[in-house]
Design a protein around this ligand. Structure first.
Ligand SMILES: Cc1ncc(COP(=O)(O)O)c(C=O)c1O
Ligand SMILES: [Zn+2]
Length: 397
């Protein structure tokens, strides 16, 4: 594992030491990236050691990439190395099933690393605003590390998110509002209570954990880039993390030379600040009014990392797509019935977006694509049942 060389601001490129816990760039409030000296790992010998070492430690999960993660003892529950499933109907579409992670979502990756670093720094109290799944993941890793978790999420999150966070022993507050309201409360209370705020993109290690999705999808495709990656986008941590991974893979010489994938940010029409900004050619998003969608993870009305995401979408020749909830639900049922895959609403937004971009000609059947199912549908049974107008049938005799 490498030592962290420094943290680097994504906006003004200022460098900051990682010896102490950091949040945002002290100069400009930009998000911080973790930087290492990757030179000693250059070349495919170091790359191929990953698979060799992982073969003797199959439970390593995302820590198979420990050579490009901070040199710290992990807090792990078995996150990462999730299945890459070929679609039964679309020969070049692969579903990356993040629903198999601990706590049933990809949030496990970022929070495993953020809590690992929190323990390393000796932090005792972590606080998070969450659309739901990040709360469950923080609660689990904090429990594993013996650290207190203070969680603020909308009152109407899927019930599973409330149940799991409570079972893990976190201090849970349900807020009458959205994640943006929760974020304000966390920022204020962290000041007065001395909590460490691990909000999306306001500390460097959640992106760093989620970058493993980028390494993983490339390795699972034989160290080759796909043509496009569909990512259900709320705060955008995974999108930003994967793009960082691609830059590192190129610096390391670990990926076969080729064009980086087109990055497709998928949102719900009920909350689509990034898609709107993309369509308008803007460099930042505007607060989305009255955000509402049953894909609760996508209900982020003003993501902090909007400018970074918009830059990535344009640089990759990708785009942002907004899908109405009815179309998300139709795709969810379609993939359940025809592929045997019960996707989260966020994952079904990605499969619906794939259908759209195939129909529009933006992508063809021969384009190799990775569709992210970011969570397990089993965390959403109440929400999906409501969308399907399903009720438990009354008992017989
Ligand atoms: C299942 C699911 N998918 C996607 C997202 C959006 O993730 P990100 O904030 O990394 O864009 C979330 C966030 O809560 C989520 O829970
Ligand atoms: Zn800065």
């Amino acid at each position: 594992m490498p030592e962290i060389k420094n943290l680097e601001c994504s906006r003004c490129q200022a460098t900051i030491s990682a010896a102490m816990p950091q949040t945002l760039c002290p100069k400009c409030k930009g998000s911080l990236y973790v930087r290492y000296d990757l030179q000693p790992l250059h070349g495919i010998a170091a790359r191929d050691a990953i698979a060799r070492e992982a073969a003797s430690c199959p439970w390593a999960g995302m820590w198979r990439y420990r050579s490009v993660l901070p040199d710290v003892r992990p807090v792990t529950l078995g996150e990462g190395w999730t299945p890459m499933l070929p679609s039964r109907r679309h020969p070049n579409a692969f579903l990356k099933d993040e629903g198999t992670n601990p706590t049933g979502s990809f949030k496990a990756r970022g929070l495993a690393l953020a809590v690992t670093m929190a323990r390393h720094y000796g932090l005792r109290q972590l606080a998070i605003p969450s659309a739901g799944n990040a709360a469950g993941a923080l609660a689990a890793y904090a429990a594993a590390a013996g650290i207190a978790a203070h969680i603020f999420m909308p009152r109407d999150v899927p019930f599973a998110n409330y149940v799991e966070a409570t079972a893990y022993g976190a201090n849970v507050t349900l807020v009458d509002g959205l994640i943006s309201d929760c974020g304000r409360i966390v920022a204020e209370r962290s000041q007065t209570e001395g909590w460490f705020d691990i909000s999306t993109l306001k500390e460097p290690f959640r992106v760093e954990g989620k970058k493993t999705m980028g390494y993983e999808l490339v390795e699972q495709l034989g160290w080759e880039y796909p043509d496009a990656v569909f990512y259900p986008t709320g705060g955008g941590v995974g999108l930003i993390g994967m793009w960082k991974a691609f830059a590192e893979l190129e610096e390391l010489g670990w990926v076969k030379p080729g064009k980086r994938p087109r990055m497709i940010a998928v949102q719900s029409s009920g909350c689509a600040p990034v898609a709107k900004a993309f369509d308008e050619g803007a460099t930042a998003s505007e607060m989305w009014p009255n955000a509402a969608t049953f894909a609760s993870g996508l209900r982020v009305p003003k993501p902090y990392g909007d400018s970074i995401m918009l830059e990535i979408l344009r640089e990759s020749h990708g785009r942002a797509v907004a899908i109405p909830d009815a179309e998300i639900l139709a795709s969810l049922q379609d993939w359940a019935k025809n592929e045997g895959l019960f996707l989260s609403p966020e994952g079904a937004a990605a499969t619906a977006a794939y259908g759209r971009l195939r129909a529009s000609g933006f992508l063809t059947a021969s384009d190799r694509v990775v569709l992210f199912n970011t969570g397990s549908a089993l965390k959403y049974t109440d929400v999906i049942a409501e969308a399907m107008h399903l009720e438990r049938p009354a008992g017989g005799e």
